[in-house]
Design a binder for this molecule. Structure first.
Ligand code: AGP
Length: 604
């Protein structure tokens, strides 16, 4: 949700911090700010609204600072305004924060009783005044941060700078935070997302929770230090090369990141195929055979990831005798599910930082379940907390509306289901995956057909997406995409459910996007005809050269499913991705950063 970027080095940190914040805009935010240090003076500049407002606010100031921390805020505590924006600072410290301090009210009252006054409504300011209070007593910055960190409850990441020295500090608990190093210039960075550091830091450090990170660019020995809460040196971090390419930062000639990511899918399918269906890849997958004796898999996720989970449930239950329970993570975590330590927990997430999904994983971990993720971000909290992970290798997904991640999640889930069934026929899967990549390319090459359908229906009153069996999750996903980026009301429904109520919505201003594949064709086709009989507008997505569908639908998009035994949901979904994209484009919404949405929902 919130974005954090910090710099400490011999150059002007304002530049990389502002660039890093602009890269994090995709995560969703409603205000932004930076703090600088010039000699011994700390300054804070922050504005409500888009980052452009901040840039305008500081453009004539020619800010130069070797220490700079910046933040994009997605409001949790306190209104959206300049005062509540981060950084929060006083004469000694400036801080930025991502997450929630759950015991902020108690701590605030205690600090008020000591005479401290609060300027904002945020929980973050509690951390600021607490470290300030302790520093005045101890004159020890590290101790003040650590002792305050021990006092605050909740998932949080903090980055701190101070007027006394040229060091930047960070510490976190179950919230994303990395340190970066430019190993040539010894410039140091801290961020909530490695993506912000592409092109700046060639090394990325992933500290564990409760590790105090200290960036001291003036040090002649070690510009990044890591300490445990007892002050001892810590090795509790992982470090890796920052392998993200600069090209991931640009739209690559597409009008939107979302469109770029839709078009990346054929290449990503092939990349996934090479990684997972290589000899080593198959060997790794076969390690999952040990779970084939599991009776029950608890699958929890949110949004698009859960829709992928529904498809994966079908795969696993079709391939094995294992029962798969799927649930919204936000429901699973509170409904006291019957879980046994012999079950398997399976969590699906693009970001690996979704609070509800993380809470479910933690709940299962506490009950001693083996936990497995299907995740995109290597090093994310979910990745680090799970016993084993299946990475989807989708690359950075900037568009808030998830597209390529869905495709990769479903395919990895298919491979998992085959592994659980000890039924990985490498040649068969290679053939299907490569066929799928080519067929997705075919669909993408016919984008104008989809654009024309979008043009015909974009201003209709409402949309019901329908599908049966493995296509029901795709109906849900198609509806979610349209809601997210076009701001129109859309519902996903099991096709057989229409007559149990929703069909009353059908009239000449309602669109039914019906996915009608060869599976359960007759029943699904007749559902669509029920819509036509009531003057509904029927957009059917089905098999190529199906004259019946073509004649009986208002709009028809045919797909060659030949050779796609398991992966038809992936390709029908690509059609719906493009349909939603083009409807949104005609409506002129902010497709990459839709209103009210964040790319990663790190709060409940
Ligand atoms: C999908 O388009 C949405 N952005 C949203 O539903 C998303 O899938 C959900 O928040 C889960 O995110 P995650 O995959 O990062 O956990």
């Amino acid at each position: 949700m919130c974005g954090i970027v910090g710099y400490a080095g011999k150059s002007n940190g304002v530049i990389p911090v502002l660039e890093g914040l602009s890269r994090l805009e995709y995560r969703g935010y409603d205000s932004s700010g930076i703090s600088t240090k010039v000699e011994n003076d700390l300054s804070v500049y922050k504005k409500e609204g888009k980052l452009e407002n901040l840039r305008t606010h500081i453009k004539d100031l020619n800010l130069t600072s070797n220490l700079c921390i910046g933040h994009t805020r997605w409001a949790t505590h306190g209104a959206v305004n300049d005062t509540n924006a981060h950084p929060h600072g006083n004469e000694i410290f400036s801080i930025v924060h991502n997450g929630i301090i759950e015991n902020a009210n108690i701590l605030r009252e205690d600090l008020k009783s000591k005479g401290y006054n609060f300027n904002s409504e945020t929980d973050t300011e509690v951390f600021l005044w607490s470290i300030t209070d302790l520093y005045k007593k101890t004159n020890d910055i590290e101790k003040s941060i650590i002792e305050t960190f021990k006092k605050v409850d909740g998932n949080s990441a903090f980055v701190i700078m101070n007027k006394e020295n040229n060091k930047m500090y960070s510490i976190k608990r179950s919230a994303p935070l990395v340190c970066g190093l430019n190993s040539n210039s010894n410039e140091t960075y801290m961020s909530s997302d490695p993506y912000a550091l592409v092109g700046f830091a060639d090394k990325i450090y992933f500290p564990e929770d409760g590790i105090l990170c200290i960036a001291d660019y003036t040090s002649l020995t070690n510009v990044l230090k890591f300490k445990n809460l007892d002050g001892s040196t810590s090795k509790d971090y992982k470090v890796q090369d920052n392998t993200m390419e600069m090209e991931s930062v640009t739209k690559g000639g597409y009008d939107h990141f979302m469109l770029k990511e839709i078009f990346e899918q054929p290449g990503l399918i092939r990349k996934l195929t090479q990684l997972y269906l290589s000899d080593d890849g198959v060997k790794d997958l076969n390690n999952f055979e040990k779970f084939s004796s599991k009776n029950y898999i608890h699958l929890a996720a949110c949004g698009t990831a859960l829709h992928a989970g529904y498809v994966i449930k079908n795969f696993i239950e079709r391939e094995t005798k294992i029962k798969v329970g799927t649930d919204f993570a936000s429901e699973f975590r509170y409904r006291k599910p019957n879980i046994s330590k012999d079950d398997l927990g399976l969590f699906i997430s693009q970001s690996g930082e979704t609070a509800d999904t993380l809470a479910c994983q933690q709940m299962c971990k506490d009950e001693q379940l083996y936990t497995l993720s299907i995740v995109n971000v290597n090093g994310s909290t979910l990745f680090r907390e799970c016993d084993k992970n299946l990475l989807i290798h989708a690359g950075v997904e900037i568009g808030v509306a998830s597209t390529k991640a869905f495709t990769q999640q479903v395919l990895v889930g298919l491979l998992l289901s085959k592994a659980l069934a000890s039924n990985i026929d490498k040649d068969v899967l290679l053939k299907e995956f490569n066929t799928l990549a080519s067929r997705v390319e075919d669909v993408l090459s016919r984008k104008d057909e989809i654009k024309n359908i979008a043009r015909a229906i974009y201003n209709k009153k409402g949309f019901i997406f329908t599908g049966r069996g493995e296509q029901y999750p795709i109906a849900l996903e198609g509806a979610l995409k349209l809601k997210e980026i076009a701001y129109v009301h859309a519902e996903g429904y099991a096709a057989g459910e229409l007559k149990h109520g929703p069909i009353s919505l059908i009239d000449e201003d309602m669109v039914n996007v019906a996915i009608i594949t060869p599976d359960l064709y007759d029943k699904t086709y007749s559902n669509a005809q029920e819509v036509k009989a009531r003057k509904g507008i029927l957009v059917s997505v089905g098999e190529v050269n199906n004259k019946e569908l073509e004649n009986d639908s208002d709009y028809y998009f045919g797909i060659d499913f030949d050779g796609l035994v398991h992966t038809k949901p992936v390709i029908t979904n690509v059609v719906l991705q493009l349909l939603s994209y083009h409807i949104a484009k005609i409506k002129g919404t902010d497709i990459d950063k839709p209103r009210n949405l964040a790319k990663s929902v790190t709060v409940e």
